[in-house]
Design a protein around this ligand. Structure first.
Ligand SMILES: *Cc1c(COP(=O)(O)O)cnc(C)c1O
Length: 419
């Protein structure tokens, strides 16, 4: 760990105060040119005494704008203090968690995983066009059928085809045989450039794709590709529960990663993280963004610096060991649930390093769904799965009530069959 450590509340407060003092202060400084100010003083009192001990709220009221990308070239000087906080967050995630070399990457805190995924696909589409002279029709996205809907959304926006790779019903593994056939057929249809999205934790199952499945087949067919990891769901779980994970920047084939801080890290919404190797993000430069200091390299425009501060606060409150402990606890609860399901002979899917259990629908009736707020894979009569996500607030007591009710339902079913 080069950047990530646990620090005291006092140290955190001092660090954030220092960052805010390096930003423009709309209460005292003369600042004439920006369509920006602190939050409306009639509604948000910046002298409220409790703000003193609440660095995140203080930042919300100061209202820094993190427009642009702060790992590349110049940025707006007015907010350089909190931009540095954002760089510290990116260093922790890119270097300490996902094993990039220091100063070898670009990135920013996006509105969420959706934006970070679109940013990645946009960047690769332009890379293929700019650097390899690709025609847009020769570029295609490949990802499994369990992939998040932000990928078809990106395909629609960027006018690219998405080749959907089937997965095995039980293991949720990519069907390598279908993958190869789909790639061979795409090649016949003049597709030459492949944007691969490999999941670290699918939304419905928590399944983790093996990027080597894609790498092997694409290289066997001598095709050009770029590989993005969608770790929106699993990015704050899998690298901690599976210390041997090789899905990180040490693998030279992996070029970018999406990590949502507003899911497992419990940060406020608006904290999706996008990280890519250096030398790529320039492909989405919008030259026309002339009034913004520095280069415009991000999908969104204005965004709150308070989001960076919120993620920073969580990371530096726990530190790496504290975070590992938290994940261990979630893993133990997940294991408990799986053992109970096995004792009841109920079929489920669980990636062993993830905190999500997806149960086959035949055992689950509508009463259980309602009472426990279970999420179906599909909101129609074809649904085959319901999931339970073991978050911080999902304790063994809750799971125990669920298991008791499930047992009673199964018992009742057996009795009906007997009659
Ligand atoms: C939630 C999720 C996303 C999208 O994230 P938002 O933050 O809701 O935009 C993308 N990919 C995966 C795997 C997800 O679970």
């Amino acid at each position: 760990m080069q950047f990530w450590k646990k620090i005291t509340p006092k140290e955190r407060q001092i660090r954030i105060q220092k960052a805010l003092s390096e930003n423009v202060n709309f209460s005292y400084d003369t600042s004439l040119g920006y369509p920006a100010s602190k939050l409306d003083g009639k509604v948000f009192n910046d002298e409220a005494p409790f703000l003193k001990d609440a660095p995140i709220l203080q930042t919300y009221v100061a209202n820094p704008n993190h427009i642009g990308c702060h790992t590349f070239g110049d940025s707006e000087k007015a907010f350089r203090g909190t931009q540095e906080i954002e760089r510290e967050v990116l260093n922790v995630l890119a270097v300490d968690v996902f094993k990039a070399e220091p100063n070898s990457f670009d990135g920013y805190i996006a509105t969420g995983g959706t934006e970070a995924n679109i940013q990645a696909i946009w960047m690769y589409r332009n890379y293929f066009v700019n650097k390899l002279n690709a025609k847009p029709t020769e570029i295609v996205i490949i990802a499994s059928e369990d992939t998040h809907y932000s990928i078809p959304k990106a395909a629609n926006l960027l006018m690219l085809d998405w080749l959907k790779i089937p997965v095995d019903f039980e293991t949720r593994n990519i069907d390598a045989f279908s993958l190869e056939n789909i790639i061979i057929n795409a090649k016949k249809r003049e597709k030459k450039y492949f944007i691969v999205v490999s999941n670290m934790g699918t939304t419905m199952f928590g399944a983790v794709d093996n990027p080597e499945d894609y790498i092997q087949i694409l290289e066997k067919h001598d095709l050009k590709y770029k590989l993005h990891i969608d770790a929106a769901y699993g990015g704050f779980v899998y690298p901690f529960s599976n210390k041997a994970s090789a899905i990180n920047f040490e693998n030279q084939k992996i070029s970018s990663i999406t990590i949502d801080a507003h899911k497992m890290l419990q940060a406020p919404y608006g904290t999706g993280v996008f990280i890519c190797r250096e030398g790529l993000i320039e492909n989405v430069l919008t030259k026309e963004a002339e009034y913004v200091e520095g280069m415009d390299l991000t999908l969104c425009g204005s965004r709150s610096g308070a989001n960076a501060v919120a993620v920073w606060m969580i990371l530096f409150t726990y530190g790496p060991f504290g975070w590992c402990e938290k994940i261990r606890i979630l893993q133990m609860r997940t294991e408990w649930l799986c053992e109970q399901l096995e004792a009841l002979n109920v079929n489920y899917f669980r990636e062993p390093f993830m905190n999500i259990v997806t149960i086959e629908a035949q055992n689950i009736n509508q009463e259980l769904v309602k009472k426990f707020d279970l999420v179906p894979q599909k909101h129609d009569e074809n649904n085959q799965w319901y999931k339970i996500v073991i978050m911080d607030h999902v304790e063994i007591d809750h799971l125990m009530t669920f298991i008791t009710d499930l047992k009673a339902t199964i018992q009742k079913n057996i009795e009906t069959i007997k009659v």
